[in-house]
Design a protein around this ligand. Structure first.
Ligand code: ATP
Length: 322
């Protein structure tokens, strides 16, 4: 392996730049030629592939987003699109890829290897933390801290006005951000898609005299099966007419911002490990960190397997909210 390329794909997440930086610098230190592909698989098809050097990644570790840009590519879902992408890589002599993205991006890389023999190591870049094969994904810690900062601020106004707030956080299919930010933010109840029927029990518990408080914070993952925060707030008010409820939807602020120290370190470890793995001839593996050790999980085992929220953390939440 002499030439590799790095790219970001799917939704952006804070820490992607730290991962790009580590991959590029590790490649340079390992005497590999390294390229950056702009706009993910779209750029692979459009030949937006440029040489990178150690100084291409100076002064980016603290920045959110991705200097390589990201995209979703419908063309890459077709064999024709992938053939163009593979041909562009082969013309430049690129044999290996570091793909920073989520489950869909890993799937695309897996297909590219099967059809065209391009080797890929994946780094888990998504705020959702639901990828299999790693305890944490790059961007999750920052997203939780961003949500927490907002929750703490909303708590001030909830307390001042004696209001019940339903705060919706990101997680279309995943409750990790809701669970972690809810526990850290002292929420009265947490709604996540991985667990069913929270509404019934939370409404019942709220009726207990010991739970009656002048103000409360509830956290709702956007993909909860009961519906969005507005729906849950409405059902809550139907059960307890007269409550002064408010809804706040945090939205895309959770995806941006300067990455936390944890995300920068995670991204750096995984970006470096991915390049070293490619150099050793490894392929089609998802890099991750489990119990503070770098591990590699075959794409065939990682793809399509959603990581559940930690049971112990959910049980603790149920105890302290009961
Ligand atoms: P996020 O967690 O932010 O959604 P992701 O990597 O899962 O990140 P997707 O949009 O699902 O994001 O996938 C990124 C890109 O990967 C797609 O736009 C597509 O180009 C490619 N991809 C996804 N699934 C496949 C597939 N089955 N075959 C080929 N390419 C795929």
């Amino acid at each position: 392996m002499k030439k590799i390329a790095v790219f970001t794909s799917g939704g952006d997440s804070p820490g992607m730049n730290a991962c790009i930086r580590a991959a590029v610098r590790t490649a340079v230190a390992s005497n590999l030629e390294v390229f950056g592909i702009h706009r993910g698989y779209e750029g692979m098809i459009d030949n937006l592939i440029y040489p990178m050097a150690a100084d291409s990644v100076s002064n980016i570790i603290q920045d959110g987003g991705t200097i390589l840009k990201t995209a979703r590519s419908a063309r890459f879902m077709t064999p024709e699109g992938r053939a163009i992408a593979a041909s562009n890589l082969k013309v430049l002599g690129i044999e290996g890829l570091v793909c920073i993205g989520g489950d869909g991006s890993y799937t695309g890389a897996n297909v590219l290897q099967q059809e065209h023999g391009i080797k890929t190591i994946g780094c888990p870049g998504t705020i959702d933390n639901d990828l299999f094969g790693t305890d944490y994904t790059i961007g999750f810690d920052t997203a939780v801290n961003t949500a927490l900062e907002a929750i703490d601020k909303i708590r001030d106004t909830a307390e001042s006005h004696n209001r019940i707030f339903f705060i919706e956080v990101m997680g279309r299919h995943s409750g990790h951000i809701a669970l972690y930010s809810g526990i850290a933010g002292g929420a009265e109840g947490i709604f996540i898609p991985e667990r069913q029927n929270e509404l019934e029990s939370i409404i019942a518990q709220y009726g207990l005299p010991k739970r009656q408080k002048a103000f409360s914070i509830f956290i709702v993952a956007e993909g909860d099966e009961e519906g969005h925060a507005y729906t849950i707030a409405k059902k809550f008010t139907e059960a307890y007419p007269g409550l002064d409820t408010r809804v706040s939807i945090l939205g895309h602020i959770q995806r941006g911002g300067s990455p936390s120290a944890n995300d920068r370190i995670l991204a750096t470890r995984l970006g470096a490990a991915a390049v070293l793995a490619l150099k050793e001839g490894k392929q089609n593996l998802a890099a991750g960190i489990i119990n503070n050790q770098v591990v590699f999980t075959p794409f065939s085992e990682a793809i399509g397997r959603k990581k559940d929220v930690p049971m112990e953390l959910w049980a603790t939440n149920e105890l302290i909210c009961s």
